[in-house]
Design a protein around this ligand. Sequence first.
Ligand SMILES: [Zn+2]
Length: 115
Amino acid sequence: MTPQQTNEIKPKYKDLLLEERDQLVARLEELGVGGDGLSYDSNFADSSQVTAERGEVDRLALELQDALNLVDSALSKLENGEFGKCEDCGGNIGEPRLEAKPSARFCMDCAAKKR
Ligand SMILES: [Zn+2]
């Protein structure tokens, strides 16, 4: 890989990350977890069925929030030149992996060790 390529890769990942960010924010808003935080529908507050579903929604909202945090941290890494480096071993995460998951924090090897 030439240095020139490295410079051209960044905007591509930035676009991917911003796109992912938009989708995550939109899904959080769909769940009622927009800027106002969790909003419960009081009409269904005493239905145990809904309480169970609500727990599922909260779990999903947490997952989305985690993903959003990863995307935000990847975006700040793009700014400070740390993007694409494994947070564990410091090696290159590798393009195929970054293309599939631009917010990846670890290289394939380190991610496999963590399972
Ligand atoms: Zn690694």
